[in-house]
Design a protein around this ligand. Structure first.
Ligand code: NI
Length: 184
């Protein structure tokens, strides 16, 4: 099943998501549908609140970055109950988009490296360091679990200039190639 993507203006995107346990009902099926939803929407990452579930899960497929970084060739991971441990390294600027903010792309500054603890789909604990493209998606998706979106990093002026576009998104006046769920 493909989930519709929750867009800007829905309060679920501003809530801190809850941790889950291995007995979370229908988890395996949810993950299958979740991956499918991400691929159908041409995303490189997706966080559970974006499909209307306020739980601490995100997925990412960073293989699109393999041209610049061959180590990303098969980079496909599920992050359950992630905890950001540190973000060492320099700040870098990369343009970001978000399936919950159709048609908006902005240059965002974030650290180049993250150290994160998370559980995989078998609830095994990992502690790993990521840099570059993968680190960027991880930070973006992790923010979704904290109720944050990339536009929060923009200057007040930039936000103001974007106000009408954001309002249009929240009213469903956008036409992305994927199905969206407009806030009521
Ligand atoms: Ni996003």
């Amino acid at each position: 099943m493909i989930f519709p993507i929750v867009v800007y203006g829905d309060p679920i995107l501003r809530k801190k998501a809850e941790p889950i346990t291995p007995d979370y009902p229908g988890l395996a099926e949810f993950l299958t549908d979740f991956w499918e939803t991400m691929y159908v929407a041409d995303g490189v990452g997706l966080a559970a609140p974006q499909v209307g579930r306020s739980i601490r899960i995100f997925v990412l497929d960073a293989s699109a970055g393999a041209d610049d970084d061959p180590s990303l060739k098969d980079f496909k991971k599920v992050f359950i109950n992630p905890v950001m441990l540190e973000t060492p390294g320099e700040d870098i600027v990369i343009e970001e988009g978000c399936l919950s903010l159709p048609e908006i792309r902005e240059k965002i500054t974030r650290p180049d490296t993250v150290r994160i603890r998370y559980q995989d789909e078998n609830f095994e604990v990992h502690e790993e360091t990521f840099s570059g493209f993968a680190a960027r998606i991880i930070q973006h998706e992790y923010d979704h679990l904290e109720g944050k979106m990339f536009i929060d990093y923009l200057s007040p002026l930039r936000r103001k200039l974007m106000k009408n576009r954001l309002m249009n998104i929240s009213k469903g006046k956008v036409t992305p190639k994927y199905k969206i769920r407009v806030p009521v």
